[in-house]
Design a protein around this ligand. Structure first.
Ligand SMILES: NC(=O)c1ccc[n+]([C@@H]2O[C@H](COP(=O)([O-])OP(=O)(O)OC[C@H]3O[C@@H](n4cnc5c(N)ncnc54)[C@H](OP(=O)(O)O)[C@@H]3O)[C@@H](O)[C@H]2O)c1
Length: 286
């Protein structure tokens, strides 16, 4: 949080030790499905704001492991919200475009959710626990197809996956019939910071400004990185066998965030170039 010394930040995660090094951010291990551990963390740190990014996010696995998915994405949010209510803490719950069915995206905040997958249902339940707990101080931040770079990331993301494949000269099949407004993680973080700073309540859509098919997004990344985009082959959704149904046309209209927060996301080109620079910096840092 070098950019915001006014905040005293505590990160939590399931690992015993943090995945990042340095910086002024503290860390404690915390499994959010453990109610006692949650209560203890509230007692120990008395947070003014809780930003809940933790979730079971493997969409296909959520279909087969429904109980685990529900515990993390729904029940744990209920418990967090109850603790926030009891202590007057602001809760910012991070959610997803998968709460929508993708019939008529891009979506505004007030659009009617209709999840197609168990993951989407569980995240919508998490939203409803946050909004229905009786707090004044709740907000839901929905976002879409996140990409970015950070120290110690365990999961890759679309940009690195594509870059690795194209650099290795491998062809990749990418869907032409799913549309998204991909989101650069730093833009999302900047938007959430503004929600904290301006004490915003309610639902906000924080995403990129460009609506792409995933195929077009891949082409834009390849062009930006000067990679051979003829290796990117078009495919429709029916080519892939996946347990969970994805929304076809999701993506968000971000006008509310732009006008109320001054949210101003980078273009894909700017973000991807910044990611490459940041990756170099991380590699070179001791
Ligand atoms: N990625 C996207 O494109 C996207 C799009 C829309 C919305 N979102 C939302 O954005 C948020 C972050 O997603 P992400 O893509 O960063 O997912 P991610 O890489 O899977 O990160 C989720 C994190 O939650 C942690 N977690 C899972 N169960 C936990 C538990 N019981 N206690 C504590 N931590 C737990 C995971 O820890 P481990 O590493 O230990 O498993 C992981 O670090 C989620 O709320 C997701 O629904 C993501």
């Amino acid at each position: 949080m070098g950019r915001h010394p006014e905040y005293d930040l505590l990160a939590t995660g399931r690992d015993k030790m943090p995945r990042f090094t340095g910086g002024s951010c503290g860390y404690v291990p915390l499994d959010i499905t453990n109610p006692d551990a949650i209560s203890q963390t509230f007692v120990d740190f008395a947070p003014d704001v809780v930003i809940n990014c933790a979730a079971m996010t493997q969409v296909d696995e959520c279909e087969s492991n429904r109980e685990a998915c529900w515990q993390v994405n729904a029940i744990a949010v209920d418990n967090l919200a109850k603790n926030c209510l009891a202590r007057g803490t602001r809760l910012i719950q991070v959610s997803t475009d998968f709460v929508f069915d993708g019939q008529n995206g891009p979506y505004k905040e007030g659009a009617r959710p209709n999840p197609l997958s168990y993951y989407g249902r569980s995240k919508l339940a998490g939203e409803n626990y946050a909004r229905g707990a009786g707090m004044d101080k709740w907000s839901i931040v929905r976002t879409v197809l996140i990409y970015g770079v950070a120290e110690g990331l365990q999961r890759s993301n679309f940009v690195w996956w594509l870059k690795d494949n194209l650099e290795a000269g491998k062809t990749v099949k990418i869907v032409t019939d799913q549309w998204r407004t991909p989101t650069y993680a730093l833009d999302l973080a900047a938007g959430i910071e503004k929600m904290v700073r301006f004490s915003k309540q309610g639902v906000y859509h924080l995403a990129g400004r460009e609506l792409f098919s995933v195929f077009e997004f891949a082409k834009e990344i390849a062009k930006t990185l000067d990679l051979d985009d003829s290796l990117i082959l078009p495919a429709d959704e029916s080519t892939f066998t996946q347990a969970a149904t994805r929304p076809s046309k999701s993506g968000f209209i971000i006008l509310k965030a732009e006008s109320e927060l001054g949210y101003s996301p980078h273009s894909t080109r700017e973000s991807v170039l910044e990611m490459v620079k940041e990756e170099q910096r991380i590699k070179l840092s001791p």
